[in-house]
Unconditional design. Structure first.
Lengths: 350, 649
């Protein structure tokens, strides 16, 4: 039959369009299957802002699916009808303007204008500051780690942000160097950290848990490994955490750790890192490297680059660039004994 | 017979007698010398257009290879196939090359080649300027890739945010390659834009009033105006960065009162129109192909033209949607949400016009039409995710994540690359005289369509799972592994389709089926001349009576009528072997006067060398800049030196 090959092609076109449409739907649900416990999945909303954004997403998804199916259906029908014709319609025939204006302008306006309103409303809901006194945390983006300060409590830490669950917390974010972006997908959208400006974002974690955060603005060589964690505590547990952190660093408990403290000064670590109650530097903005007062309590080293344990710490001290190339910390050559002592000292700083 | 200065012919004049100018005379006058000097001095728009197309395509391949290396690196977690520094150079070069050195030059090249043919002209308004633009483009692209060869390629992303790209955090020469290349490449873009505007407005065939112009020509006209308004802010902001980096100004230095957000505003004020600059010509190609392959005039011509113009204006009001996460206040952001969603309307109107054309036409599903159908599927999907990211709170989640990477690849590959391939399949016969292989073309389409969707669809999901952009690897255990692997496989499938296309193009250019004047039965004027067109394009200038001239009665089946002089045409006498064409009025294309175009010249190449030297010397030693300026001045004098019998730049 003369038309069989072209009908095949038509069939292929229709099938590939429908396959495309159906699989889009199916695979969205595969999203859930591929996530793990640690996936910073924005659709797994754990805070009110993320939940609000999710509702908006699903509304837009169904509207978009509707429009997409309509357009593909119309196109397929047009192709099919066109194949049925013997000749093209004469050139002076044109679809009435009502067709374009309705399909191209009126119907989209009926979809877009409500969408704009819903979207603007959602953005206001998310950003309305909570009324009363909220806890404030300052986060300063640095290449390639996060300086975290609790001005109300006098605590300085790095890369892990502890908050009380169920409460809104105000974050004042800025950058010390280049533009970074503060993003905890399970709790909220992102907000840039611009040098010279302070932006404010409110996070609330509904339940206790650990939520991964990432830097979301390309900031140089190790942008990839500028990760952080927001750890939400039940309220009593949070108060305990605050109290513990307000104390100065744990003193060395044995000779090895005491020796480690001496190595700490001998190797000039105190020139960049503060250990509250031990180092000679005041705790102030300008410390070049992360605060180490409670270093041993951290789960990772290098803002998520590696697990925090004695082996990785030792390797990092000797040559940080073997683990995280390009960081601003220089290699520190030490003898094996000195290194062991230093690591023991640091891993004692709970 | 029409004389030299003013013509008074009107539409409706009976056909003229064939004029004494033989094809051999015309060929002799319009050909460049047949040696290396001919290659270097050629200014014919088809030579320049062809060079733009081929050079842009080569850069497309190079940028694609960058992407394939990136995808290999990302196929599995925690790999170090490339170092972080190399990865950062790769993604920067991929974006920069695709946006600046492939997409814009490719659509300009198609415009430069086909617009004069479609409007019935013999060449463009300023042929030497045209050649100059090409050489500047070539040199800027080459310089950028030379930086790669030395491991010094720009490495702060194609949009190059400060302060990271400023002197404080990027002290090496990498970023200087970016600022230099951008600035002088955009000289080429502005030159091409000016060329296209003047040619379209002044050199259309008699009778081709604005409302009879092919939609592709409208699209190029609007695009050219957009280039004129969008490129200067980019050149300004890259010069500002150049000054910060070389002589110590503080435009973007916070410590001295500067503002990094200024970079973002100025860059995106260019950057958003830029994506419509590459999209609109592609939409013009789609209209040409839909009309041809449905065998009827495009439905809703008025609405399509108005939509194209609306997009041209509206696109300048959207730029802050790239900055939704910067902390700008909500009221300001919401205005840009509204505008960004509204631009879906003119795009949608065009889609429905094409559907209407298909519905009332008799469709032929040849390869160009298949690429157009692929474009509809992919571009509509990308446009819908575009409406989503126009919503501020949603964008706060997906900005700078793989969701937005998926979105813009859907609109750019679907909206630009697929129509470009459609256009290449459509116009390859006209450019080379031979057809590309039709069966292989359908297979290539299927491979590219499947490969693209596999490669990019799952990136939407990766964005939801928290994967940010511009990361050189990722930790295992986050659930990102499978979709990254699938994306890599899809990317390679897509690349394989392109490889097949290249092989077919190389083969068919020599040994493909002979095409004839109008193998597709199309209605626009480029098909009224031989394939490839003769050096002089049209032996006689056609008189146009409708928007689809070749479908008017009176044209013979082989469309050879202009060569034989058997349809209404304007004939021009030769005076002293000059290259002549007709200038017509802006609105109605009534003949106005005869214009004499210049002969091949070495000065465009010399000026391009001098200008390139001036810009590159900003990276070497500033004392060379005034020397380069003097050389450029000398080249301009040489170019404009009056010659007997010529009166055009």
């Amino acid at each position: 039959m003369p038309h069989s090959r072209s009908l095949e092609q038509l069939g292929r076109r229709i099938r590939s369009k429908w396959i495309g449409a159906i699989s889009s739907l199916l695979l969205t649900f595969l999203l859930v299957g591929c996530s793990t416990d640690t996936t910073p999945n924005m659709l797994d909303a754990q805070g009110s802002a993320a939940a609000e954004i999710n509702s908006l997403w699903w509304l837009m998804f169904w509207l978009a699916l509707l429009v997409f199916v309509a357009v593909i259906t119309l196109t397929t029908m047009a192709i099919y009808r066109s194949r049925q014709r013997k000749t093209a319609a004469p050139n002076h025939y044109s679809a009435r303007p009502t067709f374009f204006l309705t399909a191209g302008a009126i119907i989209p306006l009926f979809i877009l204008i409500p969408l704009i309103i819903v979207s603007v409303r959602a953005s206001r809901t998310i950003t309305l500051p909570g009324a009363q006194s909220m806890m404030t945390i300052d986060v300063i983006g640095r290449q390639w780690w996060w300086e975290v300060r609790y001005p109300d409590h006098g605590i300085v830490t790095a890369n892990e942000i502890h908050i009380p669950a169920g409460e809104r917390v105000a974050f004042r974010i800025t950058s010390q160097d280049v533009i970074h972006s503060f993003w905890v997908p399970q709790l909220h959208g992102k907000l840039d950290m611009n040098p010279g400006r302070v932006n404010v974002i409110h996070l609330e974690a509904a339940e206790p848990g650990e939520y991964m955060g990432l830097c979301a603005e390309f900031c140089g060589l190790q942008h990839t490994f500028m990760l952080f964690w927001v750890i939400a505590h039940p309220p009593e547990s949070f108060a305990e955490w605050i109290a513990q952190r307000q104390q100065a660093a744990v003193a060395p408990t044995d000779a090895l750790q005491a020796r480690g403290q001496e190595v700490y000064f001998a190797a000039a670590c105190d020139q960049c890192h503060v250990i509250e109650g031990i180092t000679r530097l005041e705790s102030q903005i300008g410390a070049v490297g992360p605060d180490l007062t409670h270093y041993a309590s951290r789960g990772t080293l290098g803002a998520g680059r590696a697990e925090n344990n004695a082996e990785t710490l030792a390797a990092f001290i000797i040559n940080p660039h073997a683990i995280k190339p390009g960081v601003h910390m220089p290699p520190t050559p030490l003898s094996t004994d000195d290194l062991e002592a230093l690591v023991a000292f640091l891993m004692n700083l709970e | 017979m029409i004389g030299s200065d003013r013509m008074r012919s009107r539409v409706g004049t009976p056909p003229q007698q064939s004029d004494p100018k033989s094809p051999d005379d015309l060929t002799r006058i319009w050909s460049p010398p047949n040696d290396i000097s001919g290659f270097l001095t050629a200014i014919n728009h088809r030579a320049v257009g062809q060079r733009y197309i081929i050079t842009a395509f080569i850069f497309f391949i190079l940028a694609g290879i960058n992407a394939l290396i990136m995808r290999v690196q990302l196929a599995a977690p925690d790999q170090e196939i490339v170092s972080p520094e190399l990865y950062n150079q790769l993604f920067t070069m991929h974006g920069t090359t695709m946006m600046f050195i492939f997409a814009v030059p490719m659509v300009e090249g198609l415009g430069i080649y086909f617009v004069p043919l479609m409007i019935g002209a013999r060449d463009m308004a300023f042929p030497r300027l045209n050649a100059f633009g090409y050489w500047v483009f070539l040199f800027s692209g080459v310089v950028l890739f030379v930086s790669f060869a030395f491991g010094l390629a720009p490495n702060s992303g194609w949009f190059n945010y400060v302060p990271l790209s400023g002197p404080g955090y990027s002290p090496g020469i990498n970023i200087d390659f970016w600022t230099t290349m951008i600035t002088f490449l955009e000289v080429a873009a502005l030159v091409a834009a000016v060329e296209l505007i003047v040619t379209i407005i002044k050199m259309r065939a008699p009778g081709m009033s604005l409302n009879r112009m092919p939609i592709f020509v409208w699209a190029i006209l609007v695009t050219a105006f957009m280039i004129v308004f969008a490129m200067p802010p980019l050149m300004v902001v890259s010069v500002m960065l150049m000054l910060d980096r070389t002589i110590g100004t503080h435009f973007f230095n916070v410590a001295a009162g500067g503002d990094p957000l200024l970079w973002q505003h100025l860059f995106w004020f260019f950057g958003h129109p830029e994506v419509y600059i590459v999209l609109l010509p592609a939409l013009g190609v789609v209209s040409a192909i839909v009309s041809t392959f449905c065998g009827r005039a495009i439905v809703g011509y008025k609405y399509i033209v108005l939509s194209i113009i609306a997009i041209g204006f509206l696109s300048f009001g959207l730029w802050v949607h790239h900055m939704f996460a910067t902390g700008i206040d909500l009221l300001g952001l919401s205005v840009f949400t509204a505008a960004s969603m509204m631009i879906a309307i003119p795009s949608g109107i065009q889609i429905f016009a094409w559907i209407g054309t298909m519905w009332s036409g008799k469709i032929r599903l040849d390869t160009p039409m298949l690429f157009v159908l692929g474009f509809i599927f992919i571009f509509v999907l990308g446009g819908l995710t575009g409406v989503m990211v126009a919503s501020v709170p949603f964008d706060w989640q997906v900005h700078d994540s793989y969701f937005v990477v998926a979105h813009f690849h859907y609109v750019l590959i679907g909206g630009v690359v697929f129509p470009v391939f459609a256009g290449l399949y459509y116009w390859f016969p006209k450019m080379t005289g031979r057809m590309l292989n039709e069966s292989l073309g359908k297979i290539i389409f299927a491979i590219m369509f499947i490969g693209f969707n596999l490669g990019f669809f799952f990136m939407h999901l990766l964005g939801f799972m928290g994967m940010p952009r511009r990361v050189y690897t990722y930790l295992p255990g986050l659930g990102w592994d499978l979709y990254n692997l699938i994306s890599t496989i899809g990317a390679f499938i897509f690349a394989f389709g392109i490889l097949l296309f290249i092989l077919d193009a190389l083969f068919s250019a020599r040994w493909g089926k002979i095409a004839g004047n109008n193998p597709w039965g199309s209605s626009s004027l480029e098909w009224a001349t031989s394939s490839p067109p003769p050096q002089y394009n049209f032996r006689t200038i056609p008189i146009v009576r409708s928007g689809d001239p070749l479908w008017d009665p009176g044209w013979s089946a082989d469309y050879d009528d202009l060569e034989r002089g058997t349809v209404d045409h304007v004939a021009l006498t030769i005076q002293q072997g000059q290259r002549d064409s007709v200038v017509t009025t802006m609105l109605d294309a009534r003949p106005d006067y005869r214009i004499v175009l210049p002969k091949p010249s070495i000065w465009p190449l010399l000026l391009a060398l001098a200008v390139s030297f001036t810009f590159i010397s900003t990276m070497i030693n500033l004392i060379l800049v005034p020397i380069g300026a003097l050389l450029s001045y000398a080249a301009i004098i040489g170019w404009l030196w009056p010659r007997k019998g010529e009166d055009q730049p």
